[in-house]
Design a binder for this molecule. Structure first.
Ligand SMILES: CC(C)(COP(=O)(O)OP(=O)(O)OC[C@H]1O[C@@H](n2cnc3c(N)ncnc32)[C@H](O)[C@@H]1OP(=O)(O)O)[C@@H](O)C(=O)NCCC(=O)NCCS
Length: 204
């Protein structure tokens, strides 16, 4: 298994969603110390070792479960934009959360919504999930707006633990039926062109 193989997961209109590669780690660490990015993520710059560990961990999640918070790359110029994907958030181990984090210079272009659309197609398609959640803190209007664009609706508020830190979270959710109905109406952004269903072990 080539852990840092960067194998493609889905390829959509403007983006390539793929496993982490070693050359993602510098720009990933940079965005994890950008005050704009970390404002709603506890506010403290993420130490380099922790930033690297997240990427390594999610390649392993992809090995094991076919999901993970993986790299987002722009197709036109192969720029690394940030991460998006599916994982089990520690407070909700029986649920799957869709999550996103992009470098601030790549905000306001619809990339998070497009990447998350592909991941939700994967969640409710190949992975066969019946429900996906997403959470943020209430002041994170940008993240709530992504949820709204995707059709996730308010589920509940809760005290959530993330990486050992507690925060007041707003939890949104969407079911497989709701997602399919939206997609049938042409909602969501990004048309899935390629999905390599088995990227485990870099074999796809
Ligand atoms: C959350 C986050 C990913 C949202 O980024 P974003 O750029 O606002 O969201 P999108 O990528 O979906 O872009 C939507 C915007 O692009 C615009 N847009 C431009 N071209 C577009 C296109 N082709 N398709 C869709 N939207 C487009 C939309 O109108 C919208 O504009 P607005 O931001 O002025 O309202 C970003 O703020 C972030 O990384 N924050 C830090 C990390 C974080 O808080 N993560 C969530 C933790 S819970």
């Amino acid at each position: 298994m080539a852990e840092w193989d960067g194998a493609t997961v889905p390829t959509i209109d403007r983006l390539v969603l793929r496993r982490w590669r070693g050359d993602d780690l510098d720009p990933w660490a940079a965005l994890n110390t950008d005050p704009e990015v970390i404002r709603h993520l506890g506010g403290a710059p993420l130490p380099r070792a922790d930033s690297d560990a997240i990427a390594a961990w999610h390649n392993r999640v992809n090995d094991d479960e076919g999901m993970g918070l993986l790299a987002v790359e722009r197709r036109a110029d192969a720029a690394f934009l940030g991460m998006c994907g599916l994982h089990h958030q520690e407070t909700y181990p029986d649920d799957v959360e869709v999550a996103w984090r992009l470098a601030s210079q790549h905000w306001h272009q619809g990339y998070a919504t497009e990447a998350a659309t592909a991941w939700l197609d994967h969640a409710f398609g190949p992975l066969g999930l019946t429900r996906v959640i997403s959470m943020t803190d209430r002041p994170n209007a940008a993240s709530l707006a992504v949820m709204a664009r995707l059709g996730l609706t308010f589920d509940h508020e809760a005290l959530v633990v993330d990486d050992g830190e507690e925060f007041d979270a707003v939890v949104h959710a969407i079911t497989a039926d709701e997602w399919r109905a939206r997609r049938a109406r042409g909602r969501g952004s990004g048309n899935l062109r390629v999905w390599r269903q088995d990227v485990r072990g870099g074999s796809a």
